[in-house]
Design a protein around this ligand. Structure first.
Ligand SMILES: NC(=O)c1ccc[n+]([C@@H]2O[C@H](COP(=O)([O-])OP(=O)(O)OC[C@H]3O[C@@H](n4cnc5c(N)ncnc54)[C@H](O)[C@@H]3O)[C@@H](O)[C@H]2O)c1
Length: 352
């Protein structure tokens, strides 16, 4: 079989997960790497054996050899690059969030329909083995009707700065960066119910905390102590038309003792925890029981989830199958995220 020629656009931190996983795939050739920063593109290209290096994504997309692209740029350009790629006849794997606004999301959906090409959204949490296992238990009815979910991802000191802290390039702070993973994961596990309304709050109280000393944390490449236009903390209550609800809170910065992460879903026959480590609680013979599935990784395992995501993308391209995380789900997520920002700005619940 002819190898699939792929290109990665945006050669920053997350591109390594894409490039490593493509490199491991026997049916893929890493053909090109593109970044606005030529040095970075050249370094990544050399590391993963790409034959072509581009600084302009337009020039890359004009290259007829390329079958598919991963879009790993700032959120600002996800829509523009993905639409151009689809129109140039390439299949697209775009990092989360799908884009910055609902309008952009709908244009991306139109481009998928128009081009007949595939777009997979990089909702990597869906591709984790534990998530797929629990999803199959759920589909077999083990948890009954899931009516409540609760997700939290709280960083004590974790505003990465750079483009992440620039609302123009990111679209927002922890809500659009981390909240998108939490909300999508719960929504997917709940069976993608139709959203009725959202009520959210965002806070900008602590800033980027550039003054903090004696404690290291991840900083984006173009970190600037003076640039921060995003929220520190967001919370939201999401109501679904089937009566189910989801509560979520996420932060870049909060006066909490240590980082916390939890994802929990509750049904009328049983409940389960995904983060920080999987467990199930149910009833058996009039007794409450807790079950700990014996699996390779009790918590989220990034490397294998990214490998599964890339394997799935390649397989969908080869077979024409619809991806597990299609553009429609990216659109729905943008409606929820933008609805939460709108609700927070207006100080009231927003009906979608
Ligand atoms: N799935 C995950 O868990 C996960 C984790 C981290 C980041 N991400 C997503 O991946 C994307 C990139 O994040 P990152 O952490 O790698 O950021 P990064 O800053 O490390 O890298 C982004 C790169 O994109 C390049 N770039 C920006 N605009 C470009 C353009 N128009 N053309 C070519 N190159 C361009 C930048 O020069 C930079 O090198 C974001 O959308 C982010 O939300 C996803």
């Amino acid at each position: 079989m002819k190898k699939l020629k792929v290109a990665v656009i945006g050669a920053g931190s997350i591109s390594d997960e894409h490039l490593k996983s493509y490199q491991n795939h026997p049916d893929v050739e890493i053909y090109a790497v593109c970044d606005l920063n030529e040095e970075r593109a050249k370094r990544k290209g050399a590391q993963y054996g790409a034959s072509k290096i581009y600084v302009s994504y337009q020039e890359l997309l004009a290259d007829k050899e390329i079958d598919a692209v991963s879009v790993c740029t700032w959120n600002l350009s996800h829509a523009e690059i993905s639409i151009a790629a689809l129109d140039a006849g390439k299949h697209v794997l775009v990092e989360k969030p799908l884009c910055k606004t609902v309008e952009q999301a709908l244009l991306m959906q139109d481009a998928v329909k128009r081009s007949g090409k595939l777009l997979q959204v990089g909702f990597v949490r869906r591709y984790d083995a534990n998530v797929q296992m629990l999803r199959s238990f759920s589909e077999k009815g083990d948890f009954g009707e899931i009516y409540y979910a609760k997700a939290s991802s709280i960083r004590r000191l974790g505003n990465p700065g750079g483009w992440f802290a620039d609302v123009e390039r990111s679209g927002g702070g922890p809500l659009i960066d981390i909240g998108v993973h939490m909300i999508d994961l719960c929504w997917y596990m709940m069976g993608r119910p139709k959203v009725k309304s959202v009520s959210g709050n965002t806070y900008r109280k602590l800033g980027n905390r550039a003054h903090i000393q004696n404690l290291s944390y991840y900083k984006a490449a173009d970190w600037d102590p003076n640039l921060n236009t995003v929220e520190d903390l967001a919370n939201a209550l999401i109501r679904f038309e089937n009566g189910a609800s989801l509560f979520v809170d996420v932060s870049f910065s909060l006066h909490i003792k240590e980082d916390e992460g939890s994802v929990k879903l509750y049904g009328d026959k049983g409940g389960y925890v995904i983060d920080p480590s999987i467990s199930i609680t149910t009833e058996n013979h009039n007794t409450i029981v807790s079950i700990v599935p014996q699996v390779d990784h009790q918590g989220f395992h990034g490397d294998s989830a990214f490998q599964n995501e890339i394997n799935h993308f390649v397989s969908c391209v080869q077979t024409g199958r619809q991806p597990l995380s299609p553009v429609e789900d990216g659109v729905e997520m943008m409606k929820i995220l933008c609805g939460i920002y709108e609700s927070a700005a207006m100080g009231k619940e927003v009906y979608l």
